[in-house]
Design a protein around this ligand. Structure first.
Ligand code: FAD
Length: 106
């Protein structure tokens, strides 16, 4: 069976790292592929109840692919929605590059 916790931790690592290394000034084709990546990720994520809520979240707040900062902040907010749902502490989104670009804390 799918281990929702370890799948989640690995997935957030992939997503936040991908966002942290996304260009500051993406070309139109990079914005297209990032939008597609996020939306197809949400459609295929192998935890169905997670996927349902994540898809709803993305529908309400469409992915922001205009820059590294926009994408990283958007993703931080989506992750915080899950944190709230699970009763976890929310993450300070001003620290997203400290955590995922400049050096991981754990
Ligand atoms: P994680 O939440 O996995 O976080 C890993 C690390 O990311 C943290 O240690 C912290 O350093 C950093 N971090 C925390 N919050 C943020 C943030 N907002 N922005 C940037 N960095 C941050 N689990 C469920 O039980 N139910 C669900 O519905 C559910 N939905 C999910 C949807 C998606 C799209 C994903 C990727 C995961 C989902 N999960 C869900 C899994 C859940 O979010 C956690 O990954 C899992 O509970 C393990 O939590 P963790 O404490 O190891 O830290």
């Amino acid at each position: 069976p799918v281990d929702v916790k370890s799948l989640g931790k690995a997935s957030w690592t992939l997503l936040h790292t991908t966002a942290a290394y996304y260009p500051d000034r993406p070309a139109p084709s990079q914005m297209d592929t990032m939008r597609t990546f996020i939306n197809t990720f949400a459609e295929n994520y192998p935890c169905w109840h997670c996927r349902e809520d994540f898809q709803r979240s993305i529908k309400e707040s469409p992915v922001r692919v205009g820059s590294r900062k926009k994408l990283s902040e958007w993703l931080c907010q989506r992750h915080n929605e899950v944190n709230v749902k699970l009763g976890k502490e929310t993450f300070d989104c001003t620290k997203v590059f400290e955590r995922w670009l400049d050096g991981p804390a754990d």
